[in-house]
Design a protein around this ligand. Structure first.
Ligand SMILES: C[S@@+](CC[C@H](N)C(=O)[O-])C[C@H]1O[C@@H](n2cnc3c(N)ncnc32)[C@H](O)[C@@H]1O
Length: 509
């Protein structure tokens, strides 16, 4: 642990993550639905990320929003070197990265921001650092601006406290490298789950906790558990803290959690309704859903939409079908019960339209004979069931040959060269989409103009020649025959769906 880190883990870099929830479009929809004026988007905005890790999120959002100015900091210089190189290689000029600590950044002469985001930070830093973050939010968020703060939530994270003690304090010599200790911690956990006593009996029953942990790399486990500081919070504690910086809780990003009708089981609806304050209701909902992580939105000065503002917001808030969505979901399970989406043809009508092109809320409301009142519920359910999502613009796929812009072309080339997947930014989506390595190889060959009937064989031969394996469902394909077979199958399913979707989302434009 280095002394500039105030207990934060700095032995190895944090994994390179892209967090789509940090896009301004993801924040706009919940704010508009809560009847609040969202910060500017189309006309340009100032955006800030605190504790940006390797900078992938800020960098790709800057590529997706050329009209925005992005500023980010992370005190780990290795992270910032990576972020700056990433932007320089892609010609992304509207993002500035600082290797400042929160204290240094707060003292810097900076503009005021329309959006300030902290993902994976609040729960992992000391009380003192949280006070600095509050100070920054209080001084640097514009009136009318929005802040995104994610954190480990109670009660869902309660069982992670003993897990953290196991990883941090019981996994061997504290002087040994943290990643080594993290993998020792996983071994110890496996043994304890084999013969489950005490708390391990309870942890074993919570299969999702164990499954999620086994999928994580040791670098992630080290960052998650080896910090001196690690806390989970009930949501009302965080809302009260942010209120000290004069920020009001506006909504949470999880649509199910946001909607009473979906998150309260009918058997407890009466008890829920009787709670006198909104704060008590939020806490009760988190208990009912055993919420473990929250992504909350706060505003500086809730500014209710005027009638004119609301009309404009409906015309400038857009939705589209989720990228690569497989098929219409007919039945959706919520804590309040199962909802059938095939009963009302309007579900299908909205899903079909948004699969062809993105559209504004106003345009989608017009599909329903009774307009907004009828369609709003349908959209909320399609959103909650992860079939549609907010995007930045209405868009129809243009005719003619399609290609990648310069920044995405660099990402694809590096993905092919380095043998890994990549995120591609889109101005239409206001976000980025992930392509796995096999998809990158197929797209690259397609854009090089390899004839369709030769393409899978060519990609398989090139992959074999590069001595590269492709991992499929935990198994590594390496032999020439396996690769040929795999790419033939993959091309047949990928070609009719994915390039069309990439064009619909403006990644291929
Ligand atoms: C869990 S990571 C999250 C990274 C990124 N936001 C993401 O979600 O991918 C937390 C980040 O906060 C940074 N950090 C922690 N304490 C900090 C401080 N006092 N000042 C600046 N950055 C800090 C760490 O270096 C780390 O990259």
């Amino acid at each position: 642990m280095q002394n500039w880190a105030d207990g934060y883990f700095t032995e190895s870099p944090y994994s390179e993550e892209f967090i789509s929830a940090l896009s301004p479009v993801e924040m706009r929809l919940p704010l508009v639905l809560a009847g609040l004026t969202p910060p500017p988007l189309e006309e340009g905005f100032e955006y800030c990320e605190l504790g940006c890790g390797q900078g992938l999120t800020t960098a790709l959002l800057a590529a997706a929003f050329p009209q925005g100015r992005f500023t980010a900091t992370d005190f780990n210089p290795t992270h910032i070197a990576h972020a700056r190189r990433f932007c320089a290689e892609r010609g992304i000029a509207n993002a500035a990265f600082f290797d400042d600590s929160f204290a240094e950044f707060t003292a810097r002469d900076l503009p005021k921001f329309d959006y300030i985001c902290l993902h994976g930070v609040w729960s992992w830093v000391s009380e003192e650092q949280r006070a600095l973050l509050l100070d920054f939010l209080s001084r640097r968020l514009k009136v009318g601006g929005a802040a995104y703060v994610s954190y480990n939530a109670k009660p869902g994270k309660l069982l992670h406290d003993p897990l953290r003690r196991l990883f941090k304090d019981l996994s061997g010599d504290p002087a040994a490298p943290a990643e080594h200790r993290a993998s020792r911690g996983m071994d110890l956990l496996a043994r304890c789950l084999d013969q489950p006593f005490g708390v391990f009996r309870i942890i074993k029953e919570r299969k999702r906790i164990v499954e999620a942990l086994t999928r994580k790399e040791s670098a992630y486990l080290a960052h998650e558990y080896m910090n001196e500081h690690w806390r989970s919070f009930y949501c009302d504690q965080v809302h009260e803290d942010l209120a000290r910086a004069r920020l009001s809780f506006a909504a949470t990003l999880d649509p199910v959690l946001n909607l009473e009708a979906l998150s309260v089981p009918p058997a407890l609806a009466e008890e829920y309704r009787r709670l006198p304050s909104a704060a008590q209701k939020y806490v009760f909902r988190d208990l009912l859903l055993n919420v473990a992580f929250r992504k909350d939105l706060f505003v500086r000065g809730p500014l209710p939409l005027t009638e004119e503002g609301r009309r404009r917001a409906l015309e400038t808030t857009f939705l589209a079908r989720v990228p690569f969505h497989a098929a219409f979901v007919e039945e959706f399970g919520t804590p309040a019960g199962v909802v059938r989406l095939d009963r009302d043809p309007l579900f299908r009508a909205a899903y079909d339209l948004l699969g062809q092109r993105s559209a504004s809320l106003a345009e989608i409301f017009a599909l329903a004979p009774q307009g907004e009142a009828e369609m709003l519920n349908i959209l909320l359910l399609l959103w909650a069931s992860e079939q549609i999502r907010p995007v930045a613009a209405a868009y129809e796929t243009p005719d003619g040959p399609l290609g990648l812009d310069a920044a995405n072309a660099v990402s694809l080339r590096q993905a092919v060269e380095n043998g890994r997947g990549c995120w591609l930014a889109s101005r239409v989506l206001g976000n980025a989409v992930l392509l796995t390595l096999d998809e990158c190889l197929l797209l690259d060959a397609m854009l090089r103009g390899v004839p369709a009937d030769e393409l899978p064989a060519r990609v398989a031969a090139e992959t074999f020649a590069a001595r590269r394996g492709i991992e499929v469902e935990g198994r590594e394909m390496k032999s020439e025959a396996d690769l040929a077979d795999f790419f033939k199958r993959r091309w047949a399913e990928w070609r009719p769906a994915v390039p069309r979707d990439l064009a619909r989302l403006g990644v291929l434009a």
